[in-house]
Design a protein around this ligand. Structure first.
Ligand code: CU
Length: 302
């Protein structure tokens, strides 16, 4: 009983602070990306409008061990992500937090973010006088931006973010996939080797090694172009895990079998390298590729 009352009171406080803040910083179209099993990081997106100007200085959520405000930027061909100390919200201007741009990064997730649930998120703003205020919101979890959120830019982002995958495809599927992975992860001082590439319909699993580390990538073909959707280790030769990425049971079983067969000639050492990628990082069509660096700094360290 007490507990019920307490949570009702907390909810009331949350609603109050949200509505108070709605006057100064309006939060619209908030959503957080659903995660797959084992994924430890995700992003939350929204549109913020500060009537009199403010800064988003921090964020927190009980579902994440660490919550940061991030920006993503192209540096040359590489999408890079970094934490920013504060995000400027100029007076009256709608600032979009969206895949491929600014976002609230949820790290060290304590539980998977499940589609059609909500997560609590606290945003801390600082006004022009330096006065801090909090806004507590409930963020719906979904696989993609809700209608109306960043729609006008959505397609654009997808192109900019995974330009490699969108480039006119040339060569066989395996050649295209190797090229996409190299474009994203190859470095002069740490060359990336991609092999074997196992293609099953519109899905492919590619093994990769780089500087003693390695892993497997799951790729998907969309409108004739491949993109990397998940980075993982042994999970990508496991039918059950493959199914969590959205594959049908049959497709997952066929893929797992084909990957094991394709890798049967490889050395034990190479298989160990593939297995060394811990966890599972969903990259997704918006090219949040840089997130892989949070999850597996050792594996994808650049
Ligand atoms: Cu991030």
């Amino acid at each position: 009983m007490n507990r019920v009352r307490l949570s009702a009171a907390t909810l009331l406080a949350a609603c109050l602070s949200t509505s108070l803040w709605a006057q100064t910083v309006e939060v619209k179209n908030a959503w957080a990306r659903a995660t797959v099993q084992g994924q430890k990081a995700s992003g939350a997106f929204m549109t913020l409008t500060a009537k009199d100007g403010a800064k988003l200085v921090s964020a927190s959520s009980p579902v994440a061990g660490v919550t940061e405000v991030h920006e993503m930027k192209m540096e040359g061909d590489v999408m890079k992500m970094r934490a920013v100390p504060a995000l400027d919200l100029p007076a009256g201007k709608a600032v979009e937090l969206k895949p491929g741009g600014y976002h609230v990064m949820l790290l060290d997730l304590k539980l998977p973010l499940q589609k059609d649930t909500t997560i609590p998120l606290t945003l801390v703003f600082k006004d022009a006088k330096g006065v801090e205020s909090k806004s507590e919101i409930k963020v719906p979890v979904s696989q993609m931006a809700p209608a109306g959120a960043a729609m006008s830019h959505g397609g654009h982002d997808a192109h900019a973010a995974h330009g490699a995958a969108m480039a006119a495809p040339k060569g066989s599927d395996a050649e295209q996939i190797t090229a996409i992975m190299k474009k994203q992860f190859d470095r002069p001082d740490a060359p990336l080797a991609v092999e074997p590439v196992t293609v099953q319909g519109n899905y492919a699993v590619a093994g990769w090694t780089q500087g003693g580390k390695g892993g497997r990538a799951l790729l998907q073909k969309d409108k004739g172009a491949w993109f990397i959707s998940v980075c993982a280790g042994d999970g990508l030769k496991d039918a059950k895990v493959l199914q969590t990425t959205g594959m049908s049971a049959d497709a997952a079983a066929a893929m797992a079998k084909a990957v094991v067969a394709a890798e049967s000639k490889l050395s034990k050492d190479k298989l160990k390298q593939f297995a060394s990628f811990e966890g599972m990082v969903k990259i997704g069509a918006e090219g949040h590729g840089a997130h892989g660096q949070h999850q597996a700094p050792a594996a994808h360290k650049h």
